[in-house]
Design a binder for this molecule. Sequence first.
Ligand SMILES: Cc1ncc(C[n+]2csc(CCOP(=O)(O)OP(=O)(O)O)c2C)c(N)n1
Ligand code: SF4
Ligand SMILES: [Mg+2]
Length: 304
Amino acid sequence: MFTLTRPTPAAVPAAPLTKATLKADTPTWCPGCGDFAVLAAFQRVLEKLQIPQQNLVTLAGIGCSSRLPYFVNTHGGHFIHGRALPFAAGVSLGRDDLHVVVFGGDGDGFSIGGNHLDHTARKNIKITYVIMDNSVYGLTKKQTSPTSPVGFKSKSDPTGALDPALNPMRRLLGTGATFVARAYVGQLQHMTDMIERAMKHDGFSVVEVHTHCSNFYEDAFDCFNARKGGHVDLIDETKHDVTDINAAFKLASLETPGVFGVFYEVKDQPSKNAREAELMARVQAKFPTTDGRTLLQAAFDRMK
Ligand SMILES: Cc1ncc(C[n+]2csc(CCOP(=O)(O)OP(=O)(O)O)c2C)c(N)n1
Ligand code: SF4
Ligand SMILES: [Mg+2]
């Protein structure tokens, strides 16, 4: 029997996912950190979707935000700074039955992991990526990040950041991701909806979440915070065509504070998971009596 994919494990009767069953380690974030809200939103989505716990994987790189997998009771792990996405790609492609959700910071995703973001996104690998953007390196105690604004004083730029910040939404749209959304921790229900839609997307989905670092950049997103005179404009999808990449780029180019919601979503592009499955089925049809391991070994032998 030819098979390159691993069999799905026998369904284990699972306890319903609740706040209590989803709880793992107690979060170690500083009081007032915006990351608590991202965890709460993710737990709400898991409670709603009731995906069997054994099929859930949360992964991360390194950073305060990247601690999130410790705080939720799913399979999980964290990896080298900026390398969560290639790790997640292997998990997703090796085990298509798993829901793989990656959490990480603006440094992890846009700086050291920027190259991995490009390639995981363009391949449309079935992963949900939540970028917890606080516009600073929090874990390492306040260095300038790729989304810190010009003039931001930090340990790496004591007289103020000199380099222009990147525009996260334009950056994400440019990667070729097939689902791109923006959320803010001060809008918990909306952020929850964005993460839920991302997790239901069959391909690479990414949600950029603005989350403040209460220790090193508390006022970063005051312009979105109603209590501090800011405001949040939500995208009206009866007026914005989410399948129109040019319209999405226009929204992404609005001046701060910009808009929140789904910028881009296309459902007709097959994921790499689907393309690989199709390739394996084609090979299987050609060699119906040879097992997968032998075929793979023969391919390696030809390369010697
Ligand atoms: C290869 C490597 N380079 C640098 C570091 C140091 N380091 C750890 S976390 C981090 C940045 C964290 O910032 P971000 O990704 O924005 O996460 P946050 O802590 O703000 O949530 C850096 C530079 C590291 N651990 N490994
Ligand atoms: S340093 Fe900042 S990002 Fe890290 S846990 Fe504390 S408040 Fe949150
Ligand atoms: Mg950060």
